[in-house]
Design a protein around this ligand. Sequence first.
Ligand code: THU
Length: 226
Amino acid sequence: MRLPEPMLSRKDAGARFLAEMLPPAPAAGMQLSPWAAPPPRDAASPRARREIQDAGEEIFNRGVSGQDRQVAGMEEGDRQHPAPTAPPGRPHGDKLQLLLRRSQEAKHSAYCPYSRFPVGAALLTAGGEIFSGCNVENACYSLGVCAERTAILKAISEGHTSFRAMAIASDMGDNFIVPCGACRQVMREFGTDWDIYLTKADGTYIVKRLEELLPLSFGPEDLKKV
Ligand code: THU
């Protein structure tokens, strides 16, 4: 006799839904649609397990169809489990979609007559506000400023110093936009533990922690070590 399935938390149900229903993650490149969180790099690692759970949450946070809920063992209106919690600090659902969209929109303001390479950025503060930025070039080429730094400078000048995530957008169709080294260092000034969403023109993205983009970094804490 088959025993009844134990009741799954929304988080675990989401993870199971992903594991059973989605095709295997691409081996390299991790190209994802905007509604999916990153797949695991190594299915056996604790980090991979956490990422599967995160991805499950992502599905639920964005709202899945009734059919998908059934697949995941969930009923409409099931309230006996706590609402899914996002991984600490990581935006999800509508907030993430808004952040991604704001980076795309900011790109349209880019002032880039020399490079003709428009970039947009959207920065999410700890308090949930979004500051956007674009690249601003200059006839004196070296004075050009990247989109990422424009967004950071705007946020700082409005009194915000704690950040959860940044999304970056460009017109590149086949490559994820990546921040330059100078921008990585400016981002790092405000911590190593936040997320950078690197997008393609179609809105697909990969997400990296800042410490992945700038390992072994130098920051304000180091100045206190002498
Ligand atoms: N740029 C950015 O704004 N962000 C990036 O991540 C890469 C490059 C800008 C700088 C310059 O205005 C143009 O793109 C070409 O390098």
